[in-house]
Design a protein around this ligand. Structure first.
Ligand code: ZN
Length: 440
């Protein structure tokens, strides 16, 4: 009996071990299948307020399985986090059967892990949203719109409630609108440019969009005055290139020596000039949502050596080697003449800046900025507020300059425009102040 009992004890002992091993296997499998194989995560970017004609939906899906599932026995191997950004448009344009009311937006992400008993991990995000298909509207309030080719103009309009973005479209460019005063955000003004190189038939219209992606266009009366710009020749000598090209090359990371002085000059005059035009567009985003100034911009009392949109042919040893358009004014006085801020604003750049040499850029709000180039000395810092007439530096010949002068450019959303309008008190009064005054 005693022996029998002993045998029975032995049997229970082996069974318990077996059950423990089985339990361990179940835990490991459960761990592998459920815990260590999670579903992907979905993170919505921005707040989706409704579905319209073409609503942009942006989200990020992240998953711990970068390149397929990990071998099951490699439990210790680190999981690779992998994420992908998704941008999709949903709405009436892709779903013609969509009607006003409410709709459910479902975002589903799955992976090929062993989760959900080998069917893969699955995550679903659902939003119940209103469907709005009536586009916003824009009513034009201002009159007398006269646009000079290469210049700027203002249009004032009122947008309907729910409008999230509006502005003026000139060809492929969009100039955003701004509230005339903070307390009435539906009354907007758009300062827009008509670039010197746009054809006279380029369409100009107001755009308004709501947060559900419904869009409307509105036209307004205007007269466009085409302009003829000057053309001229610049003699490029070895002396000139020897003086200007190496300092620009050495202070501009990313420029690769082309093996000859002329090739380096052409690199600076062409590629670097184009890259800086792009940089000006980027800098224009650092702008205040209002004008901190009133009245005309200051012109330096000096001789005009080159005007806006002069078309230049560069001649070296009797041969035309390049063409570029000069998108500012060259103002020459005396050597190291004091350079003043054209109007009130905030300095957004005070540094060596490629072809412009030592340069200062001042933001005057609503995308309007002024650039001062070729300075011998900079007397302000980025972030500093300046007043009209305040000395910001001294003229010089740094950068791509043939002699001591100030290069002055007026920019709107980074696009060079004709400074003469901004120097003219009548133009400032008629085109800007009188248009905005009734709504201020
Ligand atoms: Zn210039």
């Amino acid at each position: 009996m005693a022996g029998g009992t002993k045998r029975a004890d032995k049997g229970i002992g082996a069974g318990a071990v077996f059950v423990l091993i089985l339990l361990f296997i179940v835990i490991v499998i459960g761990f592998v299948v459920l815990v260590r194989n999670p579903a992907p995560a979905i993170r919505l970017k921005g707040d989706i307020k409704g579905i319209g004609a073409a609503t942009l939906v942006q989200f990020e899906v992240s998953d711990e399985f970068g390149e397929g599932p990990r071998p099951w026995w490699k439990l210790w191997a680190p999981l690779r986090e992998n994420s992908v950004s998704v941008m999709a448009t949903v709405g009436r344009k892709t779903l013609p059967e969509l009607h006003e009311g409410r709709a459910s937006l479902d975002i589903v992400a799955t992976n090929d892990s062993w989760g959900r008993f080998f069917r893969g991990g699955r995550r679903e995000v659902t939003r119940d949203l209103p469907v709005r298909l009536t586009p916003p509207h824009a009513d034009v309030l201002s009159t007398h719109h006269y646009i000079n080719q290469g210049g700027a103009e203002v249009v004032v309009f009122r947008v309907s409630p729910g409008t999230s973005e509006s502005g003026v479209e000139v060809g492929k460019l969009i100039f955003p609108s701004w509230a005339v005063k903070e307390s009435a955000p539906d009354v907007r003004f758009a300062l827009f440019a008509f670039p010197y190189d746009f054809g006279p038939a380029t369409p100009i219209r107001i755009l308004a969009r709501d947060d559900a992606g419904n869009e409307t266009v509105a036209s307004f009366d205007y007269r466009l005055f085409p302009k003829k710009f000057h053309s001229g020749t610049i003699q490029v000598t070895d002396d000139f290139m020897n003086r200007v090209v190496p300092p620009i090359m050495s202070q501009t990371p990313g420029l690769v020596d082309q093996g000859s002085l002329l090739k380096n000059f052409l690199l600076v005059n062409g590629k670097l000039r184009a890259e800086q035009a792009q940089k000006l567009v980027e800098l224009s985003r650092q702008t205040a949502p209002h004008f901190p100034w009133t009245g005309p911009f200051i012109a330096l009392p000096s001789k005009v050596e080159a005007a806006f949109a002069d078309y230049r042919s560069y001649v070296y040893n009797g041969q035309v080697v390049d063409h570029q358009t000069h998108l500012g004014f060259d103002l020459a006085g005396f050597e190291h003449m004091p350079v003043q801020a054209a109007n009130d604003g905030v300095v957004v750049l005070a540094d060596f800046f490629g072809i412009f040499g030592n340069a200062v850029i001042i933001d005057h709000g609503c995308g309007l900025q002024t650039l001062y180039g070729h300075l011998s000395a900079i007397e302000v810092k980025a972030g500093e507020s300046v007043r009209r007439g305040q000395e910001i530096g001294k003229s010089g010949q740094t950068g791509l300059a043939g002699g001591d002068h100030l290069h002055f450019t007026v920019l709107l959303d980074g696009i060079p425009i004709n400074p003469t309008e901004w120097w003219d008190p009548h133009w400032i009064h008629d085109r800007i102040e009188e248009k905005l005054a009734p709504y201020r």
